[in-house]
Write a protein that binds this ligand. Sequence first.
Ligand code: ADP
Ligand code: ASP
Ligand code: MG
Length: 404
Amino acid sequence: MKRLALKFGGTSVGSIGKIKKVANIIKKRHAEGNEIIVIVSAMSGVTNELKNKSNLISNHFDNKELDVLLSSGEQISSSLLSGAIINLGLKARSWLGWQIPIFTDNNHTSAQILKIRTDEILKFISGRGIAIIAGFQGVTKNDRITTLGRGGSDLSAVAIAKFFETDSCEIYTDVEGVLTADPNMYDKAKKIEKISYEEMLEMASLGAKVMQPGAVQASMIDDIPIHVRSTFSEKSGTKIISENNIDHKKAVTGIAYSKNNAKVSIIGVVDKPGVAADVFEPIGKNNINIDMVIQNTSLDGKTANITFTIKQKDLKKTLDIIEKNKQKINYKRITHDEKLAKVSIVGAGMVASPGVTHKMFRSLANEKINILAISTSEIKISVLVQENLTQRALKILHKTFELN
Ligand code: ADP
Ligand code: ASP
Ligand code: MG
């Protein structure tokens, strides 16, 4: 007998018909003799609808109340799924985060899980009950409801796998597994059989929405293998596992992208120690995330240009902040560019394969795709390009790195 953690995402429970289908998958896994703990997301679209409602009241809607509001989506789906399983003649019960409890810190809207009580649910599943846990939520020691950040049911699943010491952590979703790219952007993307935690963390952080980055990080820390698989097909899915168990035959494993980036260039700043700090300090204090940064010095060595990227939604605020600090920063002018995409190739195999960088740049150049900024780490290379060239970039990079 095995103990399984099965997580079903919003797209898998997006309608009553789909909930019934999920109930049947659970029934089958249970009939194989397994103990089952299910983690469920809100029906697709529900969390967004709730968030939009809070925005109609205020864009600065209270964080603690936002968590109460957003967590309600999972209350609906967990009860519907549990009811559907009971209807199939099995024993099931739903649990909300606070009922278990799943204790978190008090970092509302992106809380971290600290501890999960296990005794009641262990007793229930050992008596052949099926536990249905509302994902994405927890409770502070002061009894306030928290949520774990968007896509946070993935993190719930990893934490449940850890605290309940399950034999598997399975993420059921609407695609076959982790693919070499988002199939919505590139329909010839191929399923990846195995990917390391590190690579998946890069892919997720660079825009591959299929797993929440925080969940991948948690699985990496505790070495909890994840199996990403489809609710709608029986195919084998993708294993996210430790690097030691992977033999990298290719330099690149997958390609991620993120849209809605903007680029700001501050031209002619006086080149002296502290100038970068003067630029980025006020931006950081306003909770705006800076992504790529390039600084280059002018020929006379006296002035520099600082270029950086941010999310497009932060552009206006960023420009306002820089203009407000014009005297302190001391620059000639600012320029900016919108509708940019960051396209990133990811692969632990690139550590041992020289030449990946120039191959990437050359193949983009051959397609007349201009690179506006570059950033690299040991296992990824990101380039900034015009957003409308994303699809073309994915296509040529798949060809160059033999991904399909
Ligand atoms: P769920 O509702 O199951 O949590 P998500 O919508 O959060 O599902 O994640 C699945 C989606 O992630 C897919 O439908 C796909 O559009 C998107 N996606 C982006 N990049 C990738 C990738 N590399 N592999 C698979 N899916 C991806
Ligand atoms: N319902 C939450 C969201 O949409 C959590 C999740 O789906 O994982 O972000
Ligand atoms: Mg998700």
